[in-house]
Design a protein around this ligand. Structure first.
Ligand code: NAP
Length: 521
């Protein structure tokens, strides 16, 4: 059996027993094992600071962009092999595996282009200068420079390539070296990506290390200039935020956590119209793509009371055509979940929601397509329905991280829909399906404070919408409250987490001369 090793301090090393298993979720068979026990993580942190950091800081944005471009190409050259691994260890259909891999390389290529645009400099000039006294020569100017620390990236199981690539791209473009830690259950893809990057030699030594297995005492070695970017459950996020060393050293932390994302259907949308069909397509896609295990997936569907029956009929029709099972078959849309624990959690989660809702489709245990044996970790798409969204609690408080969503009525006003969305206590994204300008305007301003992103679906963009579930590097990813109160990506905005913004005061002609060499934010 394969034993995965960590890539730390310029070489590969395995941990001591006991090891944790990695499975093929379609069959339950064990594929590999991993341990980080006994690895010197303090040395890895120091190596990043002493070797990777100086090498990256010596490069301009243009050079870092060119490096990211080569890294994206190196990964893309192994696309087929990585797709197979994602099916093996993640249970992914080919489409879902491509979504993860192309998301990874696409985001890296996007940040490569940004690096090229920023040019042959190493700092960013932030806004215009301000006059600070009666004398116009005395001014203040904000700039952003690379922080001299290491970034620890702790990723969730659902996007082993994309999660790793998007975080690394932003950090490396900012000039900060990375220690990347994939989730253990699906680590094979991220592990292979690390091997590919190491073999390609496109990154300077120490710029990217990988810890496979548990985080161990890694966080205890971080200092005031280091950062942790985490994606995963709210419970783990809270532990990381509360780590005594992180608190003591004011280590920067970004948390991307749970989210009860919503879709709101406007009262103007006619059944059968383009906007109606877009709403159906995007809800069903979010319930089924990656077996519903996307942090951005729609969990709560708000429909005007008088459209509820039509929406239910059409959603159930579409879901009935979906096949769950063997991810290597083209006909299969919903694949396995990554672990048995998730299967158990989702089934328990459906039961919890059923304390106030009823099932209109599925139930989690439907027929599987061409799955051999009963060792796989499957849950079939499940649509629940509530008669009264206001009196419900669990649906607004509890994320079922699988192919599960709940349909609910609202009174048709933007105010009512927004009040219900807000009960999710902060989300990554909400979508509004409407072509009524007033409804859309009210919804945007009613939703924006409770969401990291608002997606407007309407007839004019029906053929171009990737849906709310696709995280675009141009747009920020993150959300307030339950979603972790974090912010990633968003073009250049993402670099701020890895850079120090500093106000510099002094003589205007002198500062103009020095900062004239920087890239303008
Ligand atoms: P998780 O159990 O919290 O694990 C996430 C990562 O944290 C894994 O790498 C895990 O390592 C690590 N970890 C676990 N305990 C830790 C600790 N005490 N200290 C430091 N690291 C620790 O979450 P998951 O099951 O992988 O992911 C599912 C959740 O992630 C869902 O709730 C989903 O909503 C959320 N998610 C959010 C986003 C977003 O962008 N907002 C994206 C994807 C997923 P091991 O695997 O080795 O245990």
């Amino acid at each position: 059996m394969q034993t995965l090793e960590s890539y730390l301090c310029g070489s590969w090393a395995g941990g001591e027993a006991p090891h944790r298993p990695l499975h093929n979720p379609t069959t339950g068979e064990q594929l590999a094992q991993v341990s980080s026990k006994g690895l010197d993580l303090n040395a890895a942190v120091q190596y990043a600071r002493d070797v990777g950091g100086p090498a990256l800081r010596a490069m301009s944005f243009t050079e870092r962009g060119a490096m990211l471009d080569k890294a994206a190409k190196a990964i893309n050259d192994h696309r087929e092999e990585l797709i197979e691994l994602a099916t093996l260890n993640g249970g992914n259909t080919r489409k879902d595996a491509k979504f993860d891999l192309d998301g990874c390389t696409g985001t890296m290529a996007y940040y490569a282009r940004l690096g090229h645009k920023l040019g042959d400099t190493t700092f960013l000039v932030d806004g215009n200068s301000s006059r600070l006294s009666g004398n116009p020569r005395y001014i203040g100017q904000h700039i952003s420079v690379t922080r001299p620390g290491v970034a620890v990236h702790i990723n969730a199981f659902n996007f082993p390539a994309w999660g790793m690539g998007e975080k690394a791209a932003v950090s490396l473009l900012a000039g900060v070296p990375v220690i990347s830690k994939p989730a253990t259950s699906t680590a094979l893809v991220a592990y292979r990506v690390m091997q590919i990057l190491e073999e390609s030699g496109v990154l300077p030594e120490g710029a990217l290390q990988m810890l496979v297995g548990s985080t161990g005492d890694l966080l205890d070695h971080l200092g005031p200039h280091d950062a942790v970017a985490f994606t995963g459950s709210a419970d783990t996020g809270a532990k990381i935020r509360g780590n005594a060393n992180i608190v003591k050293n004011s280590v920067r932390v970004n948390i991307e956590a749970d989210s009860l994302n919503s879709a709101v259907l406007g009262p103007d949308v006619e059944p059968g119209s383009d906007t109606w069909n877009l709403f159906l397509t995007e809800v069903v896609r979010d319930m089924t793509q990656k077996a519903g295990q996307k942090c951005t997936a729609i969990r709560r569907i708000f429909v005007p009371k008088d459209l509820l029956d039509d929406a239910q009929t059409d959603l159930v029709n579409d879901l009935e055509a979906i096949k769950t099972g063997n991810p290597t078959l083209r006909a299969v849309t919903v694949s396995a979940l990554a672990t048995q624990a998730q299967q158990e959690d989702i089934r328990a989660g459906i039961d919890r929601l059923l304390s106030e809702a009823s099932t209109v489709h599925g139930g989690g245990n439907g027929d599987l397509t061409e799955v051999e044996g009963d060792g796989g970790f499957f849950v079939t798409p499940t649509l629940l329905k509530l008669e009264d969204a206001h009196s419900a609690d669990a649906v607004h408080a509890f994320e079922v991280f699988g192919p599960v969503a709940t349909l609910m009525p609202y009174d048709g006003s933007a105010a009512d829909a927004c009040a219900l969305v807000a009960r999710g206590q902060g989300s990554l994204v909400s979508s509004v399906y409407s072509d009524d300008k007033k409804f859309i305007r009210d919804a945007i301003f009613g939703l924006a404070a409770y969401n990291g992103r608002v997606h407007i679906g309407g007839k004019k963009i029906a053929d171009h919408s990737p849906g709310p579930g696709t995280v675009m590097p141009q747009m920020i990813h993150g959300g307030p409250g339950r979603a972790g109160a974090g912010e990633e990506l968003g073009g250049l905005r993402g670099l701020a987490f890895y850079m120090q913004r500093t106000g510099v005061q002094g003589n205007a002609p002198l500062l103009d001369k020095i900062f004239g060499e920087g890239a303008i934010l």
